[in-house]
Design a protein around this ligand. Structure first.
Ligand code: HGA
Length: 609
C-alpha cells in the first residue's frame, strides 16, 4: 500500500527521496509526490503515474533541499488525480499518509465550519488542516499539534509531516500502518519499510502502535501513545541490496519465481540441520504446541491458500482439527473460540491489516496461543504473536506473491510434522521420510522450473483467452486456486478454480471449446477421479491443459495437452505443482503485455481495509 519516505540531512535529500520512492513503488503506484522545506517555504511536486515521471518534474523544477518527505499512492479515498496525490499541504504544513482515516467526513465538516477549504477528495487532507488548526490555537509546536491531532483520528495511519515554520525537523506518527526511523550519521530518515532507507543506513527503529516521533539531523526522540518519551530498540537490518535489485531478470516476479529453490532451501535449513523440533517456532514453542488441541489459520489472498493446503497436512498428519478462514471475514464474526486452539496467522509482509485485526479479534475472544508465519522480521504481526516462524524468502517485490507462498508452504509442512510428532502420531521412519522429502524439495522445485519453455508455448495460447478454469483435488485444490489467482492478478484473464469433483455441480455449464481448463493432476490416490473429471470436460469440447507427474501413465490426445512435472514427491507435491502455474501466469501476462510487477489496481502489503 502507500509508501512513505522522509529525510533530513546536511545534503540534498531529493535524490534520497526519489530513490526511496522507487524502492517503495511496489506498495502503490498510481501517483507520487514529494514536498521539501527550503528557505522557510514549502515546495511540492506531484504527478499521477510512476515515480519516474514525478522525478523528472522535480528535476525540471530544480528541487533541492535538506528536509523533505515523499509518497507513492494507492488510492483509497478519492480518484487517481494530481489533486489527490500526496503530500497534502495546509498553510505551509505538508504531510504524507498511509492508511485510512475513518472519521474524515466528520472532521471535514468541522474544519469546513472553521473556514478550511479542501483541495482534494482524500481522507488525508483533514489531517493537514487539523494540525494547522491546533498550531493556530497555540496548542504547542508541530509535534505537540500532531500528538493532539492523532487523538482525534479514528482509523489507521502512518504519517510524516514537515512545516516551513520548523525547518530543523520532521515529525511522524504510527497507528495500524508500518513506519520506521532510519538512523544515519548526522542525518535521519523515516520510511514505510527498510528498502527505502537501506541506501543510507541499516540502523532502524520500528515505531510501535500509537508512537509519535520527532526526527532532526542530530537526533531522534520517540514518544509513546501517552506522549511520554520512550526508548525503542535499534535493529540492524539484514536486507541485502541485491535482493532489491532486478539483476539479469526482466521482472521481479520472474526473479522471485526463479529464486524459489534458494528461498525454500533457506527456509528449511534449520530443520535439515536440527530435525523437526518445536523450537523452530520459538523458544517456548514446545510448551505451547504440546498443549494445543486444534489449529485456526487466519490469512488473506495467497497466504489463505497456503493455509488451505496446511489443513490437509495438519488434519492428516497430526490428527487435530484445523480450520482456515479469510481474515477479513473472521475479524467481524463472533467465532467459536476454543482457547486450546492455536491461532496461526500467515502474512508475507507481517503488516496485512485484515490479518492483524483478525489476530487481535482472536485474542479478544480468548485465544491465548498465537503463531505468526511471516517473511519480514520485526513486522507488526510477529511482534504481536506468541510464537513466530520466519520464512526466509528474502524481499518479495513483485505484487503477485510467488516465493513467499512456497516458503509459507514449507513452514506449514514443518508445523504439521512437529504437531504430529508431539502427538505421537509419527514414527521414526515416517519422520525420516518427511525429512528426506523436505531435503529434496529445492531440487524438485528446480526441476519444475526447467519446464519453463514448455509452459511458454501454452502461455501463447492462453494470451488470447478471456476465461480459464483451474481444477484440482485434495491437497492440490488450493494450488488450483493459487493458479487462478495468479492468472487473474497479472494477466487480467478471468479465472476460477474448483475442486474437480464440483465441476458437474455447476461450472461445467461454462465449458466449451473456448474455455481452457487447467488441471493439476499429480500421481496420487485421487488421480483416477481427476481423470474422470477430465473426461467430463472433453465430452463438452473443453480443451485440457494438464500438469501431470512424470510417473503418471497418461499422455496427450486431441484437446488434451500435458506437461509433466518431476516424479511425484508425496505430501510436498503442492509446492512443486505451484511452479508451473506461476510460470503460466507470468508468461501469459508477458504475452499480453501487462505490467507484471505492478498489476492494475493492486499493491503489495495491504495495510488498508
Ligand atoms: N487514504 C489515503 C492513503 C491511501 C493508502 O494508504 N493506501 O495504501 C488516500 O487515499 O490517499
Amino acid at each position: 500500500m502507500c509508501g512513505i519516505v522522509g529525510a533530513i540531512a546536511d545534503r540534498d535529500v531529493v535524490p534520497v527521496l526519489i530513490e526511496g520512492l522507487k524502492r517503495l513503488e511496489y506498495r502503490g503506484y498510481d501517483s507520487a509526490g514529494i514536498a521539501v522545506v527550503n528557505d522557510r517555504d514549502v515546495r511540492r511536486v506531484r504527478r499521477t503515474g510512476r515515480v519516474a515521471e514525478m522525478a523528472d518534474a522535480a528535476a525540471a523544477e530544480g528541487f533541492h533541499a535538506s528536509l523533505g518527505i515523499g509518497h507513492t499512492r494507492w488510492a483509497t479515498h478519492g480518484g487517481v488525480t494530481e489533486a489527490n496525490a500526496h503530500p497534502h499541504i495546509s498553510h505551509g504544513i505538508a504531510l504524507v499518509h498511509n492508511g485510512i482515516i475513518e472519521n474524515h467526513e466528520e472532521q471535514r465538516e468541522k474544519l469546513g465550519a472553521l473556514g478550511y477549504a479542501f483541495e482534494s477528495q482524500t481522507d488525508t487532507e483533514v489531517i493537514a488542516h487539523l494540525i494547522h488548526h491546533h498550531l493556530k490555537q497555540g496548542n504547542g509546536d508541530l509535534l505537540g499539534a500532531l500528538q493532539r491531532v492523532v487523538k482525534e483520528l479514528t482509523g489507521a495511519y502512518a504519517l510524516a509531516v514537515i512545516s516551513r515554520a520548523e525547518p530543523g525537523r520532521m515529525v511522524c506518527a504510527r497507528m495500524g500502518c508500518p513506519l520506521l526511523i532510519g538512523l544515519g550519521e548526522g542525518e535521519n530518515f523515516v520510511a514505510s519499510d527498510v528498502s527505502a532507507v537501506v541506501q543510507a543506513t541499516r540502523n532502524v527503529v520500528f515505531l510501535e502502535e500509537g508512537d509519535t516521533a520527532e526526527v532532526a539531523r542530530d537526533g531522534v526522540r520517540v514518544y509513546d501513545r501517552n506522549d511520554q518519551p520512550v526508548e525503542r530498540e535499534t535493529h540492524v537490518s539484514s536486507v541485502s541490496l541485491s535482493s532489491l535489485e532486478l539483476g539479469p531478470y526482466r521482472h521481479f516476479m520472474q526473479k522471485e519465481i526463479h529464486e524459489q529453490p534458494r528461498a525454500i532451501g533457506d527456509t528449511i535449513e534449520a530443520t535439515i540441520d536440527g530435525g523437526f523440533v518445536p523450537e523452530l517456532f520459538g523458544r517456548n514453542a514446545a510448551a505451547v504446541l504440546e498443549g494445543i488441541e486444534g489449529v485456526q489459520i487466519l490469512a488473506c489472498g495467497t497466504s489463505y491458500y497456503a493455509g488451505l493446503t496446511a489443513r490437509y497436512w495438519i488434519e492428516g498428519m497430526a490428527g487435530m482439527p484445523c480450520s482456515v478462514e479469510i481474515a477479513s471475514e473472521y475479524r467481524y464474526r463472533q467465532a467459536y473460540a476454543d482457547p486450546k486452539h492455536l491461532v496461526v496467522t500467515i502474512s508475507q509482509s507481517g503488516e496485512t491489516l485484515d490479518t492483524m485485526e483478525a489476530l487481535k479479534h482472536a485474542k479478544s475472544l480468548g485465544r491465548a496461543h498465537t503463531l505468526s508465519i511471516c517473511n519480514v522480521p520485526e513486522s507488526a504481526i510477529p511482534r504481536a504473536s506468541e510464537l513466530v516462524c520466519y520464512t526466509r524468502a528474502g524481499a518479495e517485490i513483485g505484487v503477485a506473491s510467488t516465493k513467499a507462498f512456497t516458503t509459507q508452504l514449507a513452514a506449514l509442512f514443518q508445523l504439521a510434522v512437529v504437531l504430529a510428532k508431539l502427538r505421537g502420531r509419527l514414527g521414526a521412519d515416517d519422520e525420516a521420510q518427511c525429512l528426506e522429502q523436505l531435503r529434496q524439495l529445492p531440487g524438485g522445485v528446480q526441476q519444475a522450473l526447467n519446464l519453463e519453455p514448455q509452459v511458454v508455448a501454452w502461455a501463447e495460447k492462453f494470451a488470447a483467452k478471456q476465461n480459464a478454469l483451474f481444477l484440482g483435488r485434495g491437497l492440490h485444490y488450493p494450488i488450483a486456486l493459487e493458479g487462478a489467482l495468479k492468472l487473474k492478478e497479472i494477466s487480467y484473464i478471468h479465472a476460477e478454480a474448483y475442486p474437480a469433483g464440483e465441476l458437474k455441480h455447476g461450472p461445467l455449464a461454462l465449458v466449451d471449446s473456448a474455455m481452457p481448463v487447467v488441471v493439476i493432476a499429480p500421481n496420487n490416490s485421487l488421480l483416477e477421479k481427476v481423470k474422470s473429471n477430465m473426461q467430463e470436460v472433453r465430452a463438452r469440447g473443453g480443451e485440457l491443459f494438464v500438469f501431470a507427474d512424470q510417473d503418471s501413465n497418461f499422455g496427450e490426445s486431441e484437446g488434451v495437452h500435458v506437461i509433466r512435472t518431476p516424479r511425484h514427491v508425496g505430501l510436498l507435491s503442492p509446492v512443486v505443482h505451484t511452479i508451473p502455474v506461476q510460470l503460466l501466469a507470468y508468461h501469459t501476462a508477458l504475452a499480453r503485455g501487462t505490467d507484471v510487477d505492478k498489476p492494475r489496481n493492486l499493491a503489495k502489503s495491504v495495510t488498508v481495509e
